[in-house]
Design a protein around this ligand. Structure first.
Ligand SMILES: Cc1ncc(COP(=O)(O)O)c(C=O)c1O
Length: 399
């Protein structure tokens, strides 16, 4: 069988197993409503455009200005060919925004996570990770383990007794650095890490805490500074990684923030920094404009949460059982993968774009429709989507 034929056969298998992902092509920007090729206008309930900044004129203008001033990019890695002043401005703004002393940008948060764990850990060290952490953290840990032979442990999701047991184990082995790594908001469940307990345990056992706030930056806390602000703990988290590809303009890019020397240390040692290009100026410019926009408009965060509360409450009133929570991620558990995919297709036919997730992204039997709210949604958008949920839910015998 040729290489291409083997790929074709595997793709066919994905289709038969119901795990094949079809890309939906949008003809306009991310917004509460946009045009989808072949579908006309749809309400988007499936985007991380939490604050509606993907198409915010100030954010788009910031990207254009930076493109005009700095051109397309650095042409190589930063330490070889220079970096742009807009990188420095963005990194200072991001550090201030999340309550840390320094930050360093990467071309994605995936890169930031992979550039962190293998850089900080060595053979005498251990990273302790929540069972439901994002794939980028899991892969960062696998990479670190392979490269550095560091130790690893996984604690049951948000189970503080289990985390303490893993920390006790780390103490018993006399680990030099104990790094506890957690998502701030868990993307498939929409729940928030128990940060006060995690930080208290870490302090007791002399561990360092890293939080991936990709779904919390711009989302949690009164002014959108993330999980730490949500708990009144700004400045208490050792390391924060996050994305620029969700609430902060939605283009791409990520960053790592922490104590003063961290950005410098990563600049020296983190392999994605040393061997890969810098964030394109367009993105640095739009992300910087996004941070400034959120700082000036905390009411966007308030609106986002009002929308999430409204949508959750109305779904429940219709007879659905969304997972309880206080974030704009509202999963509705349906059970079998095929049911989630069918519901997503029926909703799309009614003009609502929301993705169904099944195994292996979520455990077998826990397939779901994951709704994500945005400050950009109006009540009309949400009522339109809820009416579609009611019709489709009836059709599938769910409500
Ligand atoms: C928790 C978390 N970390 C990291 C990432 C990856 O972010 P990026 O798209 O910037 O690589 C995501 C994206 O889905 C995420 O949800």
């Amino acid at each position: 069988m040729s290489f291409a034929a083997r790929l074709e056969a595997e793709l066919e298998q994905f289709k038969q197993e119901g795990v094949y992902k079809r890309l939906n092509h949008l003809e306009g920007p991310q917004a509460a409503r946009t045009k989808m090729a072949g579908r006309g206008e749809v309400v988007i309930l499936s985007s991380n455009n939490y604050l509606g900044l993907c198409n915010e004129p100030e954010v788009v203008a910031g990207g254009k200005r930076a493109l005009d001033q700095f051109g397309a990019g650095t042409g190589s890695v930063r330490f070889i060919c220079g970096t742009f002043t807009i990188h420095r401005e963005l990194e200072q703004a991001l550090a201030r925004f999340v309550g840390c002393a320094s930050s360093l940008t990467y071309v994605s948060c995936w890169n930031a996570n992979e550039g962190l764990v293998p850089t900080l850990l060595g053979e005498q060290d251990i990273v302790i990770s929540d069972q439901l952490n994002h794939a980028s953290i899991i892969d960062a840990i696998r990479l670190a383990k392979t490269i550095t032979k560091c130790h690893t442990a996984v604690y049951r999701h948000s189970d503080m007794a289990d985390l303490e047991e893993k920390l006790r184990g780390a103490q018993a082995m006399n680990a030099r650095l104990k790094l506890v790594f957690t998502d701030g908001v868990f993307s498939m469940e929409g729940d928030i890490a128990k940060l006060p307990d995690i930080v208290a345990l870490a302090r007791r056992y002399g561990a360092v805490v890293a939080v991936d706030d990709s779904h919390a930056t711009g989302v949690l806390g009164r002014s959108g500074r993330g999980t730490a602000e949500h708990y009144g703990m700004l400045g208490d988290v050792d390391i924060i990684t996050s994305t620029l590809g969700k609430a902060l303009g939605g283009a791409a890019g990520g960053f790592t923030a922490g104590p003063g020397p961290l950005a410098d240390y990563l600049t020296q040692r983190s392999r994605p920094q040393l061997f890969s290009n810098a964030l394109p100026p367009t993105i640095a410019g739009s992300a910087l404009a996004a941070v400034r926009h959120v700082e000036r408009h905390p009411e966007l965060v308030t609106r986002l949460h009002e929308n999430a509360r409204y949508f959750r409450d109305r779904l429940r009133a219709l007879g659905f059982q969304p997972l309880p929570g206080e974030t704009p991620i509202v999963p509705v558990i349906l059970g079998e993968t095929a049911k989630a995919i069918q519901m997503s297709e029926l909703l799309l036919a009614q003009g609502v774009f929301v993705t169904g997730f099944g195994y292996p992204v979520v455990p077998q039997g826990h397939a779901r429709i994951r709704c994500q709210l945005s400050a950009a949604h109006t009540r009309d958008d949400l009522d339109f989507a809820l009416a579609a949920f009611k019709r489709v839910g009836g059709q599938l015998g769910l409500v």
